[in-house]
Design a protein around this ligand. Structure first.
Ligand code: Z15
Length: 831
């Protein structure tokens, strides 16, 4: 499927040049050329980082003709374009992925070897663009990869944060945050397009006026104006010539100087205005689930959404399309409520700036937008205090009031005499301080609303969006998440890739259902041996990384039990810890207690202001230090916290797992996507019936999945009845002893204060039912140990987990969005 490679020097000399040639000899020349002309370096003094940049520029050159041809083709054909609006794109490093998708890994390796460099060391120099927090941002990046690979006309729109997600360091067991300066060495992948820029208005007031036709209209008189500048990054599909665009907006002052202020001598005021403008795209808010109503965050959302919608209008105008046809040209997907101000903004653009009447504008708006919900947690549903909203976006508040007036009339017509329902559904929350409810705005303004796993989509209809489901059942659907098998299998796990290529042929990365054919090999002992050898090598690779970053030495013969994800109470890293402490306590009490040795690995960032999550990290590290240093346990238990979990080290972690921990309280994890990455790399899952775990288990069969814990229904019932964690403590001596050990200061050098808040949280309120699921979890882990003891059977299960993972390709998910929500046709690109 890959682009043809020039193989003979005749071809090199005749056509392929230093910008386009795909042969290793030309690539080598191209790297030297960039070292010299772009970096001003001679090879003798070039550092690995210099080689990284030179190779990246050489690869970008090779994307260029595909990239330009792709835009040109979309423009000529005038086909519908999918616009994925997301405040986050957690891309991960580009170079390795672009080499993979272009089929250039071997050529690049040879070129660098010839220059005395090692490709892997060069790849490691790339700072990752961490423009996202976790699952939601990484999902957006996987979807871009699939859109390009499936040759769909699509563009990603987002924010070019100057500082992405913070870098996590562990000091004395605590998380500390360092700003992420990912742009400090320059970004070879982006191209600034200063001519693609839009005005963004802020604040001020609105006023009535009479237009040229004598009609009464309203206009927005802003207090301030800033500019959004486009920065484009190529998104190359795998094995195709499609190269789509990720367009990220960066804020600048509307004028680089306020000349008037400058001339009157107020230099500092002039510079201050510039700095304030640029603040908008400075930093990613580091919170994964809970929404926090900060003015700057609303400014970020509006900023990137208006730039994106204005860009669509410009593209439509350039193509000579009629404004009435907007929804036939663009399908706009809202990745959570973060871009949902787009509903009001498109109305404003169509009415105030393009002169459409309300009804025409509303028909276009609803036909344009689709809304994906990613959470059921009530505290994560975004709302904005009304006064703040009015101050920043006065015209939008008027529009939202009018949308609401008409919407509530519709509700009253469908459900007469139901004022409670009207209050529940209103776009304006009235309880306490008045609020704008962004999820309601997204629902009202979208023709399609979806959840991200089957269970989640059902719970959405039954709980947080039940009123909307009652009104518009036809708008609701499920789109189970998926992950890209290119980055998370082919690129992350080269050992397994080679085995899959040999066993299945080369097409599996774009036809992941073919993994099923692995099942015909599970009874072949030689195949199982090779499967184990791949896993073993991956575990050694991770062990080396962990030793280099923590000093902790892990044995690749042990069971690697891994939980990596954002730290959050609902994800229950502390349940995992209670199991570890249970094993430790059994070992201390009965030194002959025997189980297969296990290495427990954790990784993940806590929101900097999330007290409990930060304390969970401290507890993991405290337990690790105590257990790893205890001569009585040695040889059976190790615990490690891998600092700064990121896309980059995730690619080392997923392929090394034997057991994947997916142990959220049922009903709380919308989908999960790490669960799928582990599965595809042959890990077995211990998990609850939550999110996409349910569908993973359906695929592999109950006998190949370690299930435990209360179901979402049981959780709701227990909490409805008034859950009392003390009951579970009283009925379980082992649990009681575990909690006491943690509270006693045993893991904290005698300090009995540091973990008191965690112990009290669990024993007094336990909002996520850790104690209620503890006994079932520990019992299930005993089943894991028993299964691990039979390595041949474990390997069979590992193969089956990979083989049945095909459903979880993001290609499947994107094909569903394209057909069922966007009405999108693929457009092959010919270079
Ligand atoms: C986020 O990463 C997710 C949901 C959110 O509401 C926010 Cl603000 C961030 C995650 C879900 O927690 C996870 O279950 C899901 O797999 C992921 O989005 C992608 O849908």
């Amino acid at each position: 499927p890959h682009a043809k490679r020039a193989t003979s020097s005749a071809t090199i000399l005749s056509g392929a040049d230093v910008r386009t040639g795909l042969d290793s000899a030309v690539l080598q020349q191209a790297v030297l050329d960039h070292l010299y002309y772009s970096l001003g370096r001679l090879p003798a003094v070039a550092t690995p980082a210099n080689y990284y940049r030179a190779l990246a520029l050489a690869i970008r050159d090779r994307l260029q003709q595909r990239w330009i041809r792709t835009s040109e083709t979309y423009f000529e054909r005038g086909r519908k374009l999918a616009c994925y609006l997301s405040a986050e794109f957690l891309l991960g490093p580009h170079l390795g992925n672009n080499l993979l998708n272009l089929g250039l890994e071997q050529a690049a390796r040879e070129a660098l070897t010839a220059l005395g460099q090692d490709l892997d060391a060069i790849l490691d120099c790339e700072p990752e663009p961490g423009l996202g927090n976790g699952g939601l941002g990484r999902l957006a990046a996987c979807y871009l990869d699939s859109l390009a690979t499936l040759q769909y006309p699509a563009i990603g729109y987002g924010i070019r944060y100057e500082f992405g997600i913070f870098a996590q360091e562990i000091r004395d067991g605590w998380q500390t945050e360092r700003t992420d300066k990912w742009l400090s060495g320059g970004n070879p992948w982006e191209i600034a397009k200063p001519d693609i820029a839009y005005e963004v208005k802020w604040g001020g007031h609105t006023e009535r006026y009479i237009d040229d036709d004598g009609a009464e209209r309203r206009r927005w008189v802003p207090y301030r104006v800033v500019r959004g500048i486009a920065y484009d990054t190529p998104i190359q599909g795998y094995g195709v010539d499609t190269c789509n665009t990720l367009r990220l907006w960066s804020a600048e002052a509307a004028e680089s100087f306020d000349f008037q202020a400058f001339n009157t001598g107020d230099y500092f005021q002039a510079v201050d205005a510039k700095l304030r403008s640029e603040t908008i795209t400075k930093v990613l808010y580091p919170n994964d689930e809970p929404a926090i109503g900060k003015r700057l965050r609303l400014a970020q959302q509006y900023f990137f959404v208006t730039c994106s919608l204005q860009d669509m209008l410009r593209i439509l105008d350039l193509a000579g399309g009629a404004i009435e046809q907007f929804a036939e040209h663009f399908a706009v997907q809202l990745n959570d409520t973060h871009p949902s101000i787009g509903v009001a903004e498109l109305m404003r653009l169509l009415i105030d700036e393009r002169g459409l009447d309300w009804d025409a504008a509303w028909t276009i708006t609803v036909a344009t937008f689709g809304y994906t919900n990613h959470t059921l947690l009530p505290e994560a549903l975004e709302t904005w205090p009304l006064p703040l909203f009015r101050e920043v976006l006065p015209r939008h508040l008027e529009i939202i009031y009018e949308i609401n007036r008409r919407f509530l009339d519709e509700v009253r017509a469908c459900f007469p005499d139901d004022s409670a329902r009207v209050a529940r559904m209103s776009l304006i929350g009235e309880a306490g301080e008045k609020q704008v409810r962004m999820a309601h705005l997204a629902c009202v303004g979208s023709h399609a609303i979806n959840g991200v796993a089957a269970l989640h989509s059902e719970l959405l209809k039954a709980s947080v969006l039940s009123d909307f489901h009652a009104l518009w059942p036809e708008r609701f659907s499920n789109k189970t998440n998926g992950v890209t098998p290119r980055r998370f299998l082919a690129l992350a796990n080269p050992g397994l890739r080679a085995l899959l290529d040999e066993t299945l042929g080369a097409s599996w990365p774009v036809d992941l259902g073919r993994l099923r054919e692995l099942e015909s090999h599970i009874d072949d002992p030689a195949f199982r041996e090779r499967w184990r050898a791949v896993k073993h090598a991956n575990k050694q690779r991770l062990a080396d990384y962990v030793q280099a970053h923590t000093g902790i030495v892990l044995d690749p013969d042990w069971l690697f039990d891994i939980q990596v994800k954002r730290i959050h109470e609902y994800k229950r890293q502390h349940l995992n810890l209670l199991h570890i402490v249970t094993l430790y306590q059994r070992l201390k009490t009965y030194p002959a207690f025997s189980f297969p040795p296990r290495a427990f690995l954790f990784g993940g960032k806590a929101a900097p202001g999330y007290f409990t999550a930060k304390r969970i990290i401290k507890l993991i590290n405290a337990v690790a230090e105590t257990i790893n240093a205890d001569p009585e346990v040695n040889g059976r238990l190790k615990v490690a916290f891998v600092p700064n979990f990121s896309v980059k080290n995730a690619q080392l972690i997923y392929p090394a797992a034997d057991l994947s921990e997916q142990i959220s309280t049922a009903g709380k994890e919308a989908s999960g996507t790490g669960n799928m990455k582990f599965m595809l790399n042959g890990a077995l899952t211990i998990g609850t019936l939550d999110g996409a775990n349910v569908e993973m288990r359906d695929e592999v069969g109950a006998e190949n999945f370690f299930l435990f814990g209360r179901t979402a229904d049981e959780v709701a019932r227990l909490q409805g009845e008034g859950y009392r964690p003390a009951d579970y403590l009283a009925g379980d001596d082992e649990l009681k002893a575990v909690m006491e050990l943690i509270g006693s200061g045993h893991f904290s050098g005698g300090d009995s204060e540091v973990f008191r808040p965690l112990v009290e949280n669990l024993t007094q309120s336990d909002p996520f039912l850790v104690l209620a699921d503890y006994a079932a979890y520990v019992a299930c882990q005993e089943g894991v140990s028993a299964a691990w003891a039979d390595q041949e059977q474990w390997t069979r299960m590992s193969i089956i987990n990979c083989a049945r993972g095909g459903k979880f390709s993001s290609d499947r998910a994107i094909a569903e969005y394209a057909r069922e929500i966007w009405g999108l046709q693929s457009v092959p690109i010919q270079v």
